[in-house]
Design a protein around this ligand. Structure first.
Ligand code: ADP
Ligand code: MG
Length: 210
């Protein structure tokens, strides 16, 4: 039986923090084109603060780990992405039900709750050029692949490639939400920074959870 332990979740967060640090300038460049050039700095600051709490996270259940991440992001990130990623991890933490290891099915329920939180908070739909364009197809693909009987690792890989496709799909879109929407037509032709960080979140998941 595959089990997603609290320890693996911590490795996931660490890997995401690493990818954000590596891609900080890239994310900032993307945000410079259609926003205010701070998405890389925002995400990196938040996840460096998460890394600083690593010793506090070790040995804790998944709810506690993810709730600590949510609170850390809410207090350090700001902007649009702070509350949105904060909501993602807060909803995920509640879905983990205080457990220290969960099944792939429970992980799917956790992703669904996290997505629902972002949709409720940001009121964006697929096609509006936000992180939702990567997140929603990733979560839906994970669920569909797992429910069709495929193993966890394969479901996670399918989710990650759906996130990548979703990220790429934002390039020709006209932004309807967030700062990029102020640009109107001029937002067309640029990849959304938030969808790009979501792609890193799923890449990190593939490398650490399965
Ligand atoms: P800010 O826009 O406040 O500077 P960031 O630059 O950190 O914050 O994050 C920008 C990203 O936030 C966008 O690329 C987009 O993916 C995401 N975003 C903005 N508004 C929304 C929204 N209403 N719903 C979902 N995602 C959003
Ligand atoms: Mg910004």
């Amino acid at each position: 039986m595959v089990s997603i332990t609290s320890e693996k979740v911590i490795r996931w967060l660490e890997r995401f923090a690493g990818l954000l640090a590596e891609n900080k300038d890239y994310l900032t460049q993307l945000d410079a084109a259609i926003g205010d050039a701070d998405h890389g700095a925002n995400m990196d600051r938040g996840f460096q603060a998460v890394l600083a709490k690593k010793s506090e996270l070790e040995g804790k259940d998944i709810t506690t780990v993810l709730k600590t991440v949510a609170m850390t992001l809410l207090s350090t990130v700001g902007g649009a992405s702070g509350p949105l990623y904060g909501t993602f991890f807060l909803q995920a933490s509640m879905a983990a039900g205080g457990k220290s290891d969960i099944t792939p099915e429970e992980f799917g329920a956790l992703l669904e709750k996290a997505l629902a939180g972002i949709l409720q908070r940001g009121k964006a739909a697929v096609g509006e050029k936000t992180m939702v364009d990567a997140l929603q197809p990733a979560v839906e693909t994970y669920q569909a692949t797992l429910k069709s009987g495929k193993p966890f690792a394969e479901s996670l890989l399918a989710a990650s490639s759906a996130a990548e496709k979703g990220m790429e799909s934002t390039v020709p879109l006209l932004a309807k939400k967030g700062r990029a929407s102020y640009l109107g037509e001029r937002s067309i032709g640029h990849q959304d920074p938030g969808a790009t960080s979501v792609n890193l979140l799923f890449r990190a998941a593939c490398e650490t959870l399965s």
